[in-house]
Design a protein around this ligand. Structure first.
Ligand code: FES
Length: 353
């Protein structure tokens, strides 16, 4: 949007004229990607690389401030009249004009499943600013190990694409664990890149039905010079824990772990009563995170990642005793904001919702 037009539309006069609607509501009548401040995007390609995933190329509006390699974004869409959102790693390199994400089907995940089944060219998506610090430095190291499993490949692809597009001379081993060839996203691209770049070695390990697992012997065979390599790691929490332990025993080089999936160390069994003050609803705090308890009580607090990353579920707690599901730490809180998805009740809790 032209900056002068944007400034005019953002003036208090324009806002007053738009009241009780918002300026964005009127802009949406012209083009639903238009917004004064909100990053939004439109799908320009939807490619299904595997039966249970879709890779989307998204053209963002001018409110998108770009991203760094390996960051993630909260993607929202309107389903049944309500906005739902979910966090996805960005697979594209920062200087590419389109944002690329790959979405995998996910049990009860409404957003993921909708996108896998129905996303197509033209789909409008609401976006958050990019977040995360997986790739904190722009300078590529001399030698690197990119290690991923499952959909953890997406932020690692972003790191790889960034280095290659910048002509970095890094010697790269890209080691990926997938269940089976049919589940492997970016297989063709990785093969093509490895054929084109002599300094890139791509190794894929299949784990399904008696397949291999990440262990000391495999790692020593696949990456004999591990001690010389800086590592970027992403995958399911168990895979990352195993990899981190193995690598720490072999190398003191830096290891960057994409904390995309916050691991829950504590069970979500709680106690006490949870009172939702504004809704005047009381629920048992025994089962689930505070977010799950709210949803079971028929409420719809906002959420995104459900993993403690995006902060979309932050809610004001009047007072209560809560358990942090990542650390198992119990604490008393009063008049504070908490992420509902990673806290359970450890006693009575009063939530302003
Ligand atoms: S939903 Fe993302 S932090 Fe809770």
């Amino acid at each position: 949007m032209n900056p002068i037009v944007k400034r005019m539309l953002g003036s208090s006069l324009a806002r007053a004229l738009a009241h009780p609607s918002s300026v964005d509501d009127y802009l949406a009548l012209i083009d639903d990607r238009l917004s004064l401040a909100e990053p939004r995007g439109r799908v320009v390609h939807a490619v299904r690389q595997t039966p249970d995933s879709v890779t989307l190329a998204i053209e963002p509006n001018s409110n998108w401030r770009g991203h760094h390699a390996g960051q993630h974004v909260l993607v929202g869409l309107t389903l049944d009249g309500a906005r739902h959102s979910r966090c996805f790693s960005i697979a594209s390199a920062p200087d590419e004009p389109l944002i690329e994400i790959t979405v995998k089907r996910n049990g009860a995940g409404r957003v993921s499943n909708y996108l896998v089944d129905q996303a197509q060219r033209g789909q409008l998506l609401y976006l958050s600013p990019a977040e995360g610090d997986f790739c904190p430095r722009s300078q590529a190291p001399a030698k690197a190990l990119l290690l991923s499993a499952g959909s953890g490949i997406t932020p690692v692809m972003s790191v790889l694409r960034t280095w290659l597009s910048h002509g970095a001379s890094t010697d790269i081993v890209f080691l990926h664990y997938a269940r089976a060839p049919v589940d492997m996203i970016y297989a063709d691209e990785l093969e093509a890149l490895a054929a084109e770049h002599a300094r890139l070695q791509s190794i894929t390990v299949f784990t399904g039905a008696g397949g291999a697992r990440l262990d000391a012997a495999a790692l020593d065979a696949q990456v004999p010079d591990l001690a010389e390599r800086e590592t970027w790691l992403c995958g399911p929490a168990g895979f990352m824990d195993t990899a981190e332990t193995l690598i720490a025993a072999r190398s003191s080089a830096p290891l960057h772990r994409e904390q995309f999936a916050a691991s829950r160390r504590a069970s979500a069994h709680g106690q006490g009563a949870v009172q939702f003050l504004k809704s005047d609803i009381a629920a048992s705090g025994e089962h689930g995170s505070l977010l799950e308890i709210a949803e079971d009580a028929g409420l719809s607090p906002p959420y995104g990642c459900r993993m403690g990353i995006c902060h979309a579920c932050k809610c004001h707690i009047a007072e209560g005793t809560v358990r942090d599901l990542r650390t198992d730490r119990v604490r008393q809180v009063r008049d504070t904001d908490l992420q509902l998805c990673i806290h359970a009740a450890a006693g009575d809790v009063a939530i302003d919702f």
